[in-house]
Design a protein around this ligand. Structure first.
Ligand code: ACO
Length: 333
């Protein structure tokens, strides 16, 4: 069974409640109907029920098993506004302003507040809104998990090469959130991603911290940042297999690993790739997708107190369905 089918199977075992704020995008309506129909999650769609049902009929989405919730008419609104104002009081937010933010047309903050308060187990957005806007709502409202300072992202890459990673599947991080993490943040990204590997793939991570240098072959400020991150990651989570710094070929090609990084428990067989910055990570996943023919099967934001995941604006209905399944599995822990 492929990795996405496996994730869907896990999601179905204990259906979670996932809120979709972007009901103004037809792909979300279609995905909501499919997810509820397939029993992957209980879906809450934000928006005016009558308008949603009319639009659903036009586009052929079946919302009969979906909960429709209008933020403006919700009994939750006042409580949410008070909590949001309290949460953002260091930025001077009043209850009135918080209420306006919760009723904004994008509905991102209302969804984030549902997740924060446990009224939903997770949220998925980004089909319409930019990554920055989705992440900001998640960071500001949901906040970080205990003990985590750096929220980051992990991309599940399914390659046509079974000899790579776990039967062709690898985790890439961070491809979306942190433009240039310092050594501490990079170490946290490595640790969080290694833990995501266990929850998503059900196997221990072999995490390679990538660089243009392998085990001291070059010396530069950027290499030293990665090397320092390896040390910090090991002290944060000594039980995890995290090694570096190493070049990409040393990470995934056994012959190169035996020359450049002999004795490394990760080199040559990495299933988790930690990129040194967002330029490398974002370009790296798109190269693998567009030139190597891999499938970018799902993006997960990690390190939040509860899941709020982002999609690419070019996403398909199937991408939304898979991301909701991943979000549900992430919520199960
Ligand atoms: N981890 C934890 N907290 C964070 C992080 C992080 N990585 N980044 C920001 N925060 C905190 C901030 O300190 C801030 O706290 P405060 O409001 O209490 O002071 C809060 O979260 C909100 O942050 P803002 O200051 O409003 O947002 P910021 O300007 O820092 O932007 C963002 C954060 C949106 C994640 C930014 O780093 C960004 O734009 N990243 C790149 C996104 C992107 O465009 N990715 C590539 C394309 S997407 C694709 O290819 C699929």
């Amino acid at each position: 069974m492929d990795v996405i089918s496996q994730i869907k199977q896990n999601a179905r075992r204990q259906p979670q409640t996932i809120v979709l704020p972007e009901s103004y995008d037809d792909r979300m309506l279609l995905a909501a109907g499919r997810i509820a129909g397939e029993g992957l999650a209980r879906i809450v769609l934000l928006g005016d029920p009558e308008s949603l049902l009319n639009r659903a009929e036009t586009v052929g989405a079946d919302l009969s098993r979906v909960t429709l919730l209008a933020p403006a008419a919700s009994a939750l609104l006042q409580d949410y506004a008070e909590e949001l104002a309290d949460l953002r009081k260091h930025k001077g937010l009043t209850v009135g302003e918080a209420c306006k933010q919760l009723l904004a047309l994008d509905q991102l903050h209302f969804a984030a507040m549902m997740v924060r308060k446990g009224d939903a187990d997770g949220a998925v957005a980004g089909a319409f809104n930019s990554t920055g806007d989705v992440l900001r709502a998640a960071l500001q409202v949901v906040g970080t998990a205990p003990g985590i300072r750096t929220v980051s992202s992990v991309m599940l890459m399914v390659t046509p090469r079974p000899e790579l990673g776990e039967n062709g599947t690898l985790l890439f991080a961070d491809c979306v959130v942190n433009p240039r993490p310092d050594a501490q943040a990079l170490a946290e990204i490595a640790v969080t991603t290694a833990r995501s590997c266990r929850s998503l793939l059900g196997v221990e991570a072999r995490a390679a911290m990538l660089s243009f240098s392998t085990m001291g072959s070059a010396d530069h400020e950027e290499v030293r940042r990665v090397r320092q991150a390896v040390q910090i990651a090991r002290s944060l989570a000594p039980e995890l297999l995290i090694d570096g710094e190493m070049q990409l070929d040393a990470a995934i090609v056994p012959q190169v690993a035996s020359q450049k990084a002999p004795g490394s428990p990760v080199a040559g067989r990495a299933n988790t790739l930690i990129f040194p910055d967002l330029n490398a990570g974002n370009i790296g996943y798109k190269l693998t997708e567009r030139i190597a023919g891999a499938q970018a099967a799902g993006l997960m934001v990690q390190g939040l107190a509860r899941p709020f995941n982002d999609m690419s604006r070019g996403c398909t209905v199937e991408d939304i369905v898979s991301t909701v399944a991943m979000t549900a599995v992430q919520s199960l822990g």
